[in-house]
Design a protein. Structure first.
Length: 256
């Protein structure tokens, strides 16, 4: 068991022993990182007690290359890969055939957040989360419906978000680095309902052909508001907010 504040977590570790990449196959899970204690259930199978106990899952950075959510599950959090190093991490495709993944992690600290530490493609699944940290590149693709309540954080120079055609993301996003690069690119999908906060001022959102962006931009530092919120509608004095609803067909590459 792992204790987090008042929440008790039961940790499950992916082994892939069942050989089918399915979340619900108990043979794919163990109760220890070494895989020596086979699981008797899959993460989320035994349900949860709200605000008391939940399951958590840990996926290594080299396997599987495809993870199929063939059931609806509610978890505290998932770690995809290793937060200490992205070296050697292999790409991962997450699909769900319309199933729902709910991540209830409520603490705003590293031990409670879901971390994406592999280049990840997310398709045909609904994800509801409180926190989602992208420490590598995440592609939200056809059929991905994602809602993140508190923030979708981009934490390092590898952190990028692409919202592709057929995907919908409703999330406030925070860029924590100053790379002078587009951290979020909307390529035909939709990003709505959230705020964009470039914490260090130089990072930005851009849209590809057919993308739809409807979000507020907040420049945290007034001296960098122009770089942080380059859209024409931004307020010139900071900390500042501006509002944008860029419809389909806007000029590809427009900064936000």
């Amino acid at each position: 068991m792992i204790a987090s504040a008042a929440i008790t977590q039961t940790a499950y570790y992916w082994t892939g022993g069942a050989g089918d990449n399915k979340w619900s196959s108990v043979g794919n899970w163990a109760m220890d990182e070494a895989g020596t204690t086979p699981a008797t259930a899959y993460p989320g199978q035994n349900g949860f007690v709200e605000d008391v106990s939940y399951d958590s899952a840990y996926i290594p950075k080299t396997e599987p290359t495809e993870l199929v959510f063939d059931v609806d599950v509610t978890l505290w959090r998932i770690n995809f890969g290793d937060t200490s190093s992205l070296y050697g991490a292999l790409p991962l495709t997450i699909s769900g055939s319309g199933h729902v993944l709910t991540l209830v992690n409520v603490g705003n600290n590293a031990a409670d957040r879901t971390h994406i530490c592999r280049v990840t493609h997310v398709r045909n699944i609904t994800i509801n989360a409180n926190y989602w940290d992208s420490r590598s590149t995440t592609y939200f693709e056809d059929g991905a419906v994602v809602a993140v309540k508190n923030d979708l954080g981009l934490w390092n120079s590898n952190s990028k978000i692409f919202i592709e055609e057929g995907a919908s993301v409703d999330a406030p996003m925070i860029g924590y680095l100053s790379t002078g690069a587009p951290l979020v690119t909307v390529n035909g999908g939709t990003w709505s309902g959230g705020d964009w906060t470039p914490m260090l001022g130089h990072d930005y959102v851009t849209n590809g052909a057919g993308g739809v962006i409807c979000a507020r931009c907040q420049a945290v530092y007034s001296t960098r508001s122009e770089e942080g919120c380059p859209h024409a509608n931004r307020a010139p004095a900071g900390p500042s907010w501006s509002q944008s609803c860029l419809g389909a067909g806007v000029t590809a590459g427009e900064k936000w």
